[in-house]
Design a protein around this ligand. Sequence first.
Ligand code: COA
Length: 197
Amino acid sequence: MKALRIIGAGGHGRVLADIAEAMGYRDIAFLDAAYPDFARSGAWDVIGTPADIDESEYALGVGNNQTRIGLLASLPCDLVTLIHPSASVSPHAEIGAGSVICAGAVVGAFAKLGQGCVVNTGASVDHDCVLADGVHISPGARLGGGVFIGARTWVGIGAVVREYKSIGADAMIGAGAAVTRDVADGTRMGGVPAKEF
Ligand SMILES: CC(C)(COP(=O)(O)OP(=O)(O)OC[C@H]1O[C@@H](n2cnc3c(N)ncnc32)[C@H](O)[C@@H]1OP(=O)(O)O)[C@@H](O)C(=O)NCCC(=O)NCCS
């Protein structure tokens, strides 16, 4: 395995480093212009900024969906896909470059994830779901089969989305929400059943 450089040395970056270590990467370090004073973050060194791209492999350790997708479009390097060994990912699922599947997450058969998506700890994305680029499914959230989620949308901790519902781009689904109807672009939803708020 090549060296892995994670862009973003904050909490989400440390999660990625931990996943990479579990996958067998041994030479892991961060690049981050926002933390110029960091020498270390968690168990790993901060060795420079995203301007220091070389022949290593790269991952995007930035939690904010808009920032992550902006970096994805602008970086002159290919991004790896990180999948924790304890995650269950169907061999019939497609996972885009720069996406991350965290510990205990499940991605079902024929699900399609775009680039730079995050399926966080213990979340599940069931069969035939489609996630556009930059979607974040937070810890413990659950998508029924055939759900569509538009670009850069954030589904909060423990939220539930009923099967075959469609959520637009740049939407926010609050923690613990139960989405029972389609959601338009840019809408913030919360509660059970979820309402705009
Ligand atoms: C929806 C959310 C973005 C709103 O954040 P916010 O704008 O800071 O909202 P506030 O905390 O100021 O709360 C505003 C009101 O909405 C309510 N509210 C906040 N989040 C809510 C939620 N998830 N469901 C229902 N009501 C919620 C609050 O109780 C408050 O009501 P009040 O005015 O009657 O007291 C946020 O609460 C949330 O759910 N974030 C997701 C967190 C998450 O999943 N993190 C993952 C990290 S990996």
